[in-house]
Every structure is written in C-alpha cells, then in structure tokens.
Design a protein around this ligand. Sequence first.
Ligand code: KG4
Ligand code: ZN
Length: 335
Amino acid sequence: MTLILALETSCDDTCAAVITADGTLRSNVISSQGIHDAYGGVVPEIASRHHLELVNAAVDDALRRAGATLDEVGLVAVTQGPGLVGALLVGVASAKAIAAARGLPLAPVDHLQGHVAANFLRVDGGEPIIEPPFVCLLASGGHTLLAGVEDHDGFSVLGRTLDDAAGEAFDKGARLLGLPFPGGPALERLARDGDPQAFAFPVARGLVGLDFSFAGVKTALLYRVRDLGDDAAREQAADLAASYQHAIVEALALRCEQALEQTGVERLAIGGGVAANGALRARLRRLGVTLGIPPRELCTDNAAMIASAARYVRPQSFPAYLALDAYASGERALA
Ligand code: KG4
Ligand code: ZN
C-alpha cells in the first residue's frame, strides 16, 4: 500500500511519521529537543537549528520503525503553519527536498487541522478514533478554540480564547509554582497529590458565546502565591496546582458542554497538548456524549496527525510546490 510520510517542525519537537493511505498509523517519531527548559520557554532560533540537526534522523527513524523505504512513499506531507516561522521552514524545505528527489507530490498541512485530524487515525489497526460531525476542543500552548468539524477537510471556529491559550495558562501557572517548562505535564503530576477544592480560582463563566479567557485565573494564582508567601506556597504547592488545574479544566469542559448544546451535536473530540491532561480527559468522559480521545502522543505535537490531515488535502505536484512558503500565524482552515 502507498504510504504517506509527514514532517512536523512548527515548534520545538522534531517529528516525522508514516501512515498508510487509509490512515493506519505505522510510525510516529517525536524528538523532543529538551534544550529550552533552561530558558523557561522555547527559543525560536535554537529550535530551528536543532530541527536542522534532527530532521534527517527523524525521517530515517520513522521509515525504519514503519518497516518501509522511501520507494513505498507516495505522498510527502508537511506542516506549513501556523508556528515559529524559522522552525516551520526547516520542515518545509526538507519535505520539498524529499518530494522533489523522488518525484513525489507534496501536501501542505495546517497545524490546527492536523490536531483535528489526529482523530481520523486508525490506531492499532482499528477504526478511526472518531468521524465527523463532531465538536473539537483544540487546546495547545499557542491556541485554544472550539472547532465545529462537519467534514474531514476543514472546520469552523465556534469560540476561541480572548487572551492566553490553555497550555500557556498551564505553563505560566507552573512557573509561578517553581515547576520546570513545559509546565502542563509537571503541574498535572504535582496536582495528583493535591486537593482541587483547596482554593477557589475563578472560572470565566460570564463571557458571551463560546470564547475562553485564562488571564484571570493566572492572575488569581499569582496573587494567591504572593499572599501565602514563599514557605506556605511551597508547602501547599500540590493544593495550589490541583485547584488551578481544576479551574482551567472546568472552564474548558463548560464551553464544550455549551458548544455541544448549541450545535446539537453529541460527539466531542479533543486535540492539542492540553488534551493530554488526565483531569480534563476524565472530566470530559463524564459529559455522557460520544468522545474521541486520541492517545496522549497523538494529542501533543506529532507528525502522524499531519499525515492524517494530508489525506484530505489536494497535493501539489513538482515543481509548483517549490514556491510553497510557511506561514507563522492565522487559521487557514477557517470555514
Ligand atoms: O500541541 P502542543 O504539543 O504544542 C503546541 O502546538 O503548542 O501543546 C503544548 C502545550 C504546552 O503548553 C504544555 O504545557 C501543554 O500543551 N501540555 C499539557 C499537558 N501536556 C502538554 N497541559 C496540561 N496537562 C498536560 N498533561
Ligand atoms: Zn500543536
């Protein structure tokens, strides 16, 4: 069967993956650079340089793990944007080179559409995780939005964050609690030992429509940590983490519930790094609707989701795609 080889380098993970033409996952290589922790965030120029060093090895590894060679690849896919433009360019240039050398078509993929399309993958040889129509909560370090997914090749935005992304709220909260970057997983681990009801952090309920806001909860944590003082804040770090996580999860779950009500669709999927959060996954399972919850490694940035989205993108042929450029911002997939 013809294979799809995909690259994803929009942020700090150098990713390559192979899937079959029917969306069956064959390999999913994620090389986390792990060099940004010291800076408390991703340094774009450092990310680009590391992508350059890692990208060929990631592609080789993805092919090897898939038990495949380039001869079996019929389509190359790559994240075109949004993301860090220097980082994206490494993936785009590499994908062009592989495709051009082999005379293969190239499919440019929108990163957010990729997160949605993670749900169309067949994992362990089974059925796709969930099929449209569904509402999809996309919550990552750079984006938080509710997508109305009617079909495989696009989505409409039902609501979005007015300030911070949910992942950003996790990262900033983690920083206030002295945890390492990226903060989401670290904060989740700490929260396991804490009481989510210990502190009442605000859940932005008053917003009109389906938009989100996370600036208030972050500021509330900042003031609470200040009021407690260093020693008490350290002693109660687990309670602070659990309560803070609870407020973010509630805000996300509440909007999902409202979106399901508004659209009349009883199917919900999730994507983006925050979708890896166990408390969020447990909370959404209690909504009582049909759920699409990809495995954690398909929620955080990965190339398998880009390959999955590429199945529904019109590929470009040589030499047209040599002019393809990356884009840093925007949501190309808007309906
Ligand atoms: O989708 P992603 O891997 O990269 C972006 O496109 O941004 O998302 C990364 C974000 C980070 O903010 C990270 O802290 C958050 O997802 N994240 C989590 C968890 N794992 C990753 N947030 C909460 N709980 C987690 N387990
Ligand atoms: Zn992402």
